[in-house]
Design a protein. Structure first.
Length: 366
């Protein structure tokens, strides 16, 4: 199979879909890997390193897309990349289709076989290809939240951990999954007072255990969310329904109740955001204010630390990619239920129920 690795063109996105060790693995299995020149520079990987691993370097994105049987990326296609979509192409990347009807319809029209990292799901419900980026996003959320709370950035001018004789910040985290757990660990480690809200009592018990009582846990309901948000200096939204749009757990009235200069970080923005006031932003223009609350809603948060993120991501994507290349698409999804769940579109049809329900469209089960 011919594998294509184009340079990412989403705003301020410096991650890359494959590292040299991944190239070497595909080549050793008899596949060809085409890499766009400069694709890895943002992650600290030179063209020479790719070439040494066996990649063929091409001058343009068009060459990579048009010659590849499977394109391996990090983020969903944007802008001019829509022109490269074609019937039979395997697109292996983060898709987040529930937040983009335009992209969904483009994939259907072009009959692309689209596999979303975020919907590859094991039998136990875990999401192995989303987990590393959730770890990064959860940790970054606290860093970005601390930045938003600085007075020079429009915040209240408070330190997350406080100091002797001064109270620490109140941090509220919605969602106790991978991202929420990582955010909790970092925020508590910085000395903040942390409250985590989730619908799963088992996850809350887990957090109580690993944090040894250093955080407060609450069951998720409208009353608890409203009360805690109103008292928070920093709210982090890390809600996830696999493949589907994020539920709007934070209403505009809740945002109005927050103190002036408080901050909201929406990790769920890739899936539409978990607040009524959320709208997608970029690393180049990351924040805006609603009711005097600083909102940070960057859709590719892990792109801020591309070296860490690229290697963390490719650690888990390479194996599934090799299975697709070695076995071919049809045999690979028959033999691996997790990979089969990752297929979002095939032959002009939606194959992920959560995506279809987001737009009131029909779907078929594989």
């Amino acid at each position: 199979m011919i594998i294509g690795v184009p340079k990412e063109i989403k705003t301020a996105e410096a991650r890359v879909g494959m590292v040299p060790s991944g190239v070497a693995a595909f080549v050793s299995h008899g596949h060809r890997v085409l890499v766009e020149q400069g694709a890895g520079l943002g992650s600290g990987i030179t063209d020479e390193q790719y070439a040494a691993a066996g990649a063929e370097l091409l001058a343009s994105a068009a060459e990579v897309w048009n010659r590849a049987d499977m394109v391996v990326k990090v983020k969903e296609p944007v802008g001019p990349e829509y022109d490269y979509l074609r019937p039979g192409l395997i697109l292996y990347t983060y898709l987040h289709l529930a937040s983009s009807e335009v992209l969904t319809k483009a994939l259907l029209e072009k009959k692309v076989t689209a596999i979303g990292y975020e919907t590859i799901q094991l039998d136990d419900g875990s999401l192995p290809l989303l987990t590393p980026m959730s770890e990064v996003a959860g940790r970054l959320a606290v860093q970005k939240g601390a930045w938003c709370l600085e007075a020079v950035n429009g915040g209240q001018g408070i330190l997350l951990g406080g100091v002797s004789g001064v109270k620490p910040a109140q941090v509220v985290i919605l969602g106790a999954g991978v991202a929420g757990t990582n955010a909790c660990q970092i925020a508590a480690g910085m000395g903040a007072h942390v409250t985590v809200i989730d619908i799963n009592p088992a996850r809350l018990r887990y957090l109580q255990d690993i944090m040894q009582g250093r955080v407060t846990t609450l069951m998720s309901n409208r009353a608890n969310i409203a009360e805690e948000v109103s008292k928070a200096d920093l709210v982090i939204g890390s809600v996830l329904v696999p493949g589907a749009r994020a539920p709007k757990l934070i209403t505009e009235d809740m945002v109005k109740s927050m103190r002036p200069g408080s901050a909201f970080i929406d990790i769920a923005i890739d899936q539409g955001g978990c607040a009524e006031t959320s709208r997608a932003t970029t690393h180049n223009d990351p924040v805006y204010r609603v009711h005097d609350v600083v909102h940070y809603c960057v859709t590719n948060m892990p792109g801020a630390v591309p070296r860490t993120s690229t290697y963390a991501l490719t650690n888990v994507t390479t194996g599934y990619g090799l299975a697709l290349a070695d076995k071919g698409f049809e045999r690979a999804i028959v033999q691996d239920a997790a990979l089969r769940r990752g297929v979002n579109t095939l032959d002009g049809q939606i194959t992920c129920r959560a995506v279809a329900e987001s737009f009131g469209m029909t779907w078929r089960e594989l």
